[in-house]
Design a protein around this ligand. Structure first.
Ligand code: ASP
Length: 264
């Protein structure tokens, strides 16, 4: 019989993030775990963990977002749960927690909003504004990608969330894997997957859905992680976190801050 009370939370700071920043992913994981313990929906718990990482400043998301080549900051985020709820935002400007915007979109009649319309939508929802002087990550270190993500389990339910400032020096309007369902993330009744790295490569592999299909086939996450990493050239930054009813695992072909916690 499935243990319905099993709680598992994994968080990552992105492929190429400094593993020494695992204190940040651990705190974010604690926020997700506390939300699960107080009975919040899995998708809200995943979004709270990712919002904590957006507020950290050491990762390429939220206040830590990198600038585009023209100096603008445009952010993508997404969330999904095993009941089929999905929402995403692309090239959002001027809001502190894009993952919260994605969550509100998931409760609307839409699935993905981008650009000007996304900004108007977030403004109408009273989402917290981010002024340019609050962005601490821009212009500091563009050598890594550092998207943030979370996957979690509460009994038989799963969820995933992602947020990013995008890859370094991209042109305005560039959208990677993060808001694309089945590319950067996927969640279903068998588990949840969140990826990080080169968004174009991740999207072209339909990575998260294919990793999820391995979960459905009963493959242990500890085997899924190296298998999925092997789909990418070593020169292509890639990382992934996975949780299923069998277990959980994470890894990357770069350094990556990531943490996992489990409660029975
Ligand atoms: N996948 C993200 C993107 O391409 C970047 C990352 O994960 O680090 O926008």
């Amino acid at each position: 019989m499935t243990d319905k009370k099993k709680l598992v939370v994994l968080t990552h700071g992105g492929a190429g993030s400094n593993p020494a920043y695992a204190d940040g992913t651990a705190i974010a994981g604690q926020m997700g775990m506390m939300a699960l313990q107080t009975g919040e929906p899995t998708i809200d718990a995943a979004c709270q963990a990712v919002a904590t990482l957006e507020d950290d400043g050491r990762f390429n998301a939220g206040i830590g977002s990198h600038k585009r080549v023209d100096g603008s900051v445009q952010m993508d985020a997404s969330c999904m749960d095993s009941s089929g709820t999905f929402g995403a935002v692309a090239t959002l400007e001027g809001f502190r927690n894009p993952v919260n915007v994605a969550r509100i979109i998931s409760q609307s009649e839409y699935k993905i909003l981008a650009g000007r319309g996304a900004n108007e939508f977030a403004t109408n929802q009273d989402c917290q504004i981010l002024s340019p002087d609050q962005i601490v990550g821009s212009g500091t270190d563009f050598s890594t990608t550092d998207t943030v993500g979370c996957v979690l389990r509460s009994g038989d339910e799963f969820a995933a969330a992602l947020s990013t400032g995008g890859i370094d020096n991209a042109i305005p309007g560039r959208v990677g894997d993060v808001p694309l369902i089945g590319c950067g993330l996927y969640a279903g009744p068998a588990g949840a997957v969140a990826a990080t790295g080169d968004g174009e490569a991740i999207a072209m592999q339909v990575t998260a859905l294919r990793a999820y299909q391995l979960i459905e086939q009963g493959v242990d996450p500890k085997a899924i992680v190296p298998t999925v990493i092997s789909w990418f050239k070593e020169s292509t930054a890639f990382g992934i976190i996975v949780v299923s009813k069998i277990g959980f695992a994470g890894g990357a072909n770069r350094g990556m801050a990531w943490t996992a916690s489990e409660l029975h």
